[in-house]
Structure formats: C-alpha cells, structure tokens
Design a protein around this ligand. Structure first.
Ligand code: NDP
Length: 320
C-alpha cells in the first residue's frame, strides 16, 4: 500500500501545497479540513487526483470534532490496508484585529484553541496509530515569529511570543482569561504564543516518545509564505505591502508551492530523519538553499515548563 499522511488545514496555502507535493511523491493524503466543499475544489484546482486523497472533516477548535477525526482517520487507514505514516499539524487561524477574544465551545480563546490545543489533542490521539507505522513522522508548522533566535522573532510588534509561567492556562483559560500567560488580550500575540506552544509541544513529544516509539518529531519554518489567506484578517494595505516587503527587502518570500515542497521534504525525504529538531531554510531565500536544524530560543527550551505545559494542556482538552 501507499504511504499515508494526514494534513490538517489542507484546503488552502501551505497545507494544500503540502498535500499536493506529497501526492506527487506517491503518497495518499488525508486532507483534514473544516470546509469540505472548499477543500474539494482546492484539491481539484491544485491537481491532486481523487485517488490520491481522502477528505475528512474537522474543526480543530471543537475537541469532539477532533476526536471524530482521529476515529475517521483510523478507519480510512484501515480500509486502505496501510498505516498512518505521517501526521502534519498545519491548520491555523491568525486574527490580528480581533478587539475581544473569540472563544470556542469550551470557552477557550480561539487561536490558541485551534492552532495549539486542537493539535495537542489530535497528536495524542493518533500517537498509537503513528507508532504502528514502519518509519513514522509527526511534523508541525512552526513560525519564525515564535523563535527569538531568528530576526523575525525579535520584532516586537505587537509583542514577542511569551508564555510567561503559564498563569492563564493554570487559571483554566476561560473568561476573563484569554492569554496563555494570563496577561491582557493581544490578538497577534495570541497567534505567536500558539505557535511557540506547538514548538515546545514537538520537543516534549520527542522527549517523551521518540525512544519508546521511534516516531520522528520535527517542526519547520518553511519561509515567509506572504500571500496565503492566513493574512486575510490583516488590514488591506498590509496584504499588499507585506508580500512586496518580503520579496524585495527581507528576501524572505516563499511561494505556496515551494512551502508545500519543503513540508513534504520534512515528511518524506531521507535527509530528515532527525527527531527533536526545528528545520529552517534561513530567513533570506537563496536558490538551492539547504535546510538546516536550527536552535530554538531559550523560551522553547525550558524542560520543566514544557512538562507543565503538557499537563495543563491535557487537562484543558479532557485527556485525563
Ligand atoms: P491559510 O490561512 O492559507 O491556511 C490555514 C488552513 O487552516 C486553512 O486550510 C484553514 O481552513 C485551516 N483552518 C483554520 N481554522 C481551522 C479550524 N478551526 N479547523 C480546521 N481547519 C482550520 O494559512 P497558511 O497556509 O499560511 O498557514 C498554514 C500554516 O503555516 C500555519 O500553521 C501557519 O502558522 C504556518 N506558517 C505560515 C507562514 C506564512 O508566512 N504564511 C509562515 C510560517 C508558518 P479554511 O480554508 O477553511 O480557512
């Protein structure tokens, strides 16, 4: 049987083009999306043949829906006679102009619930399935703005990612709490925090499960994919200027197909079998650039806090 990967948020941008690059490598892709009609037409437009894909529904902010996805994915893999060879945690929302926090049904702030907590639950539910595959990988989309080792991670607008001492999670993460660190709501920072939490989670998965299961855990920053719909809630002028700025000034711009190709490399290629690392192609894009394993900021490397983040997250998603 073909190798199978599940990609969340495959109806658009990086996730869609990752699915395309994996299908082109001969993989079967489970495209886990919140809008199946949109996913179907995106897959068709990108040229992912129906035989190479299965579309499954998920709303990552809804933990019952995440549980249903895990079941449906298991069933899809069983029916195909293969294994779940890779899980790609990609879906995300970015709501930089939200004036007040939006919340999911559990009352948790929506960008942390979608980007981080939903993926934390999904990863935990699918670990046994990955473990059963011959050479499984769990790949998570990180971002430069959550890594203060990179230039992009030092830009203080609106504020750098910072999980504090997890005071907000500790307090239950419900109204009036809206931030992981328990401080006043900053929508752009909520996104950055969710990505930093994911990068810490990937390291923690590695520490807890790599030796036991053989699963390869990695995060990556594919470059600045400045023209995906991720930025649709940003001001219109920003949506014009940002891609131009990234192309011409920072030289960080990466096309959507190239970003998908990079994700597929980390998922499928033999050069990417190191676990517990963060892959980057650098900030300034040069033709033929090679990936390198990049150190993370000290904010992502505190083992004690990583363990506490794990325990608090497990409680919030109802895993214990
Ligand atoms: P897009 O907005 O193009 O894609 C986001 C995807 O997530 C869409 O498929 C979207 O679905 C899906 N999604 C959003 N909310 C939910 C939900 N509640 N349940 C299920 N799916 C959901 O953004 P990008 O492709 O740019 O971003 C993808 C990943 O890449 C993110 O993790 C982002 O942090 C990361 N990244 C992006 C960079 C960039 O420059 N663009 C740089 C570095 C990392 P729908 O189509 O229905 O909206």
């Amino acid at each position: 049987p073909k190798k199978t990967a599940l990609v969340t948020g495959a109806s658009s941008g990086v996730g869609l083009w990752s699915a395309k690059a994996l299908a082109d490598r001969g993989w079967h892709v489970i495209m886990a999306c919140r809008d199946l009609a949109k996913a179907e037409s995106a897959a068709r437009e990108a040229g992912i043949a129906p035989a190479n894909r299965t579309l499954l529904h998920v709303d990552l902010a809804d933990f019952a829906s995440v549980r249903a996805l895990a079941e449906a994915a298991r069933e899809t893999v069983r029916a195909g006679g293969g294994a779940l060879d890779a899980l790609v945690l990609n879906a995300a929302v970015y709501l930089p102009r939200a004036e007040a926090p939006q919340r999911n049904a559990d009352g948790y702030e929506i960008s942390v619930a979608t980007n981080y907590l939903g993926h934390f639950l999904l990863a935990n539910l699918l670990l046994p399935d990955l473990e059963a595959a011959p050479a499984p990988r769990l790949v998570t989309l990180g971002t430069v703005t959550a890594n203060s080792e990179e230039f992009g991670g030092k830009i203080p607008i609106p504020a750098p990612a910072d999980l504090g001492d997890l005071e907000g999670l500790e307090a239950g993460f419900r109204d009036p709490v809206a931030m992981i660190d328990g401080k006043p709501f900053k929508p752009g920072k909520a996104y950055k925090d969710s990505k930093l939490a994911l990068m810490i989670m990937s390291r923690e998965l590695h520490a807890r499960f790599h030796d036991k299961t053989g699963i390869i855990f990695a995060t990556l920053y594919p470059g600045c994919v400045a023209d995906t719909p991720l930025f649709r809630h940003a001001p219109k002028a920003f949506q014009t200027i940002f891609p131009w700025f990234q192309k011409n000034i920072t030289k960080g711009y990466v096309s959507q197909p190239l970003s998908g190709e990079r994700v597929a490399q980390v998922v499928a290629d033999p050069d990417f079998t190191r676990s517990g690392v963060h892959w980057s192609w650098g900030n300034r894009q040069k033709p033929g650039a090679q990936a390198f394993a990049q150190p993370l900021s000290s904010k992502a490397e505190n083992a004690h806090r990583a363990a506490r983040l794990w325990d608090l997250s497990a409680k919030l998603v109802g895993l214990e």
